[in-house]
Design a protein around this ligand. Structure first.
Ligand code: ADP
Length: 334
């Protein structure tokens, strides 16, 4: 059954939805013009030189902004196969070695959440990235011996939401580093329109605008909202997503006009009521809201900051005048 909980939280259906809606051509990949332009040049240059792979690339930005999609596009343009793996699943050297030794010439290896790569894996990957050589130590003590395996040349694409957690040596191994920005409202509208057409959903232009405004400037959230609105239109109405259907969908999801969910509002309310508007440290905020610290940092805070409702100061988080106004709470600001 479709999960009707927060469109922010990841669920199993996302994987299927992401795969269905993933752009297959550059022109379907909306926005991020500068990143696209740079990547196209890097790829074209490698193809013109008849190289089997291009420079190793690092993509960073919030979840759902299109990093995995870009990796697929890079592979497609390079006429390569892509292997996808998440860094937390590579805890042991053997896990990584198995993947590396199974690569074919020119493959793209996409490693998501690269900031969570274990220290031991990180160390063995340096010579692989530089010289395509895997040095392994087999056995222990006096019996230990090293083996040196040649790995076919491949393109390494790393993705992270937390650039600051990446070690400098790892960061330096990438030939190109690209930050994905939050999308403009018009780009999110375009993405909703494109997804609606792919899923054969009928939706009014006004409804697209309403959903886009609440999509946290993020394609994945936009696609989820579209799907929820489709369900609502199908079950409660005539199947077409009108402006009213979009608004009702947001209402039952408890998403307000600027895309804030219950948890976002709880964070603002807590800072205002319990901490007098801040500053408050992240640990105290997590304790007071009963939210996980990482979730606040990765999911709620970036969007609240993007909206200008929250700011970071050396003393901690503070809400802004705009946040008081949005929450309809008495402001301390004159
Ligand atoms: P990330 O890897 O950054 O978490 P994904 O690449 O998985 O994000 O993107 C999530 C979904 O959002 C994809 O399935 C795709 O449908 C959509 N998407 C992401 N970026 C774009 C874009 N620029 N244009 C159109 N759709 C996009």
């Amino acid at each position: 059954m479709e999960n009707l909980s927060s469109p922010l939280k990841k669920n199993e259906n996302d994987k299927v939805l992401d795969a269905t809606l993933r752009p297959k051509k550059w022109k379907e990949y909306v926005g991020q013009e500068n990143v696209k332009r740079n990547l196209k040049i890097i790829i074209k240059a490698a193809l013109q030189r008849k190289e089997p792979c291009c420079e190793h690339l690092l993509l960073y930005g919030q979840s759902g902004l299109g990093k995995t999609t870009l990796a697929y596009l890079i592979a497609k343009e390079m006429q390569s196969d892509i292997k996808i793996v998440s860094a937390p699943s590579l805890q042991k050297i053997g896990d990584l070695a198995a993947i590396l030794t199974n690569l074919s010439l020119g493959d793209v290896l996409f490693v998501d959440e690269i900031h969570r790569l274990s220290r031991s894996c990180e160390e063995i990957i340096y010579p692989v990235l530089e010289e395509f050589r895997l040095n392994l130590i087999i056995g222990k003590g006096p019996m230990a011996r090293t083996i040196d395996i040649n790995i076919p040349r491949f393109t390494f694409v790393g993705a992270t939401t937390k650039m600051s957690l990446l070690s400098a040596p790892l960061r330096n191994r990438f030939g190109g580093t690209f930050q994905l920005e939050y999308y403009l409202q018009k780009d999110i509208e375009e993405i909703i329109k494109q997804s609606a057409s792919l899923l054969d959903i009928k939706i009014d232009q006004e409804a697209i605008k309403v959903l886009a405004k609440c999509a946290r400037f993020t394609p994945r959230v936009a696609n989820r909202l579209l799907k929820r609105a489709r369900d609502f239109a199908q079950v409660e109405e005539d199947g077409i997503i009108s402006k009213e259907t979009a608004e009702k969908t947001l209402e039952i999801l408890k998403i307000d006009k600027v895309g804030l969910e219950t948890e976002d509002r709880k964070i603002l309310k807590t800072i205002i009521e319990k901490f007098n508007g801040g500053p408050v440290g992240i640990q105290s905020l997590a304790a007071a809201t009963l939210e996980d610290q990482d979730t606040i940092l990765d999911v709620y805070e970036p969007y609240l900051m993007q909206l200008g409702f929250l700011k970071r100061t050396p003393q901690g988080r503070m809400v802004t005048k705009a946040a008081y106004e949005h929450m309809g709470m008495k402001t301390l600001f004159s």
